[in-house]
Design a binder for this molecule. Structure first.
Ligand code: SF4
Length: 176
């Protein structure tokens, strides 16, 4: 616990210790002068248990420190709201397609230069580029790749020349 409290704050904001964690001690025990009579914890799975044993399992280690997004050149250029969902940045590009489906979130794992900075700064060593690549493979196998870049890539053009041909970077769907 102590280790992760320090990891979180240092990776997120560079502080020595966290300033935004809440410690809950549960219901009051016999003899305690105050405290709640009951203590309920509601865990919202939201598809996370499906990640256990899948190729995205490593993503479950995420402690939401935000180091990956703070160092991501794409996040730095477009900002958090551009990702259109709760989780922005590289970690969001892996998590969001899991929650809304790759059909709706296909643009997100493409919003990466694969520079590898996210993986190198992640305190729990999540291989984010590898996981985004899994989503790109899934997108390709389901024929969700936008036609122009797919045809250019199939013809053997490099990605920079594809961008030159189409005049654009991979674009987010409307509203994202
Ligand atoms: S993926 Fe790693 S760096 Fe990004 S928020 Fe999660 S723990 Fe932090």
């Amino acid at each position: 616990m102590t280790l992760f409290l320090r990891l979180l704050a240092r990776s997120a904001t560079g502080q020595e210790f966290t300033v935004y964690n809440t410690l809950s001690s549960g219901p009051r025990r016999e003899g305690d002068q105050d405290g709640p009579e009951n203590f309920h914890v509601v865990l919202v799975d939201n598809g996370r248990s499906e990640m256990v044993g899948s190729q995205f399992q490593e993503m479950l280690r995420c402690i939401r420190c935000s180091a990956c997004m703070n160092h991501c050149p794409v996040y730095g250029a477009v900002g958090g709201h551009s990702y259109g969902w709760v989780y922005p940045g590289p970690m969001g590009s892996v998590l969001t397609p899991k929650m809304i489906g790759i059909e709706k979130g296909a643009a997100l794992p493409n919003a990466s230069t694969f520079c590898g900075k996210c993986e190198s700064v992640c305190p729990v060593r999540i291989p984010l580029p590898k996981l985004m690549r899994h989503w790109r493979e899934d997108e390709f196998s389901k024929h969700l790749t936008p036609k122009q870049p797919a045809m250019a890539l199939a013809a053997g053009h490099s990605w920079p020349s594809v961008r030159h041909c189409t005049g654009s970077s991979p674009s987010f769907p409307a509203g994202v």
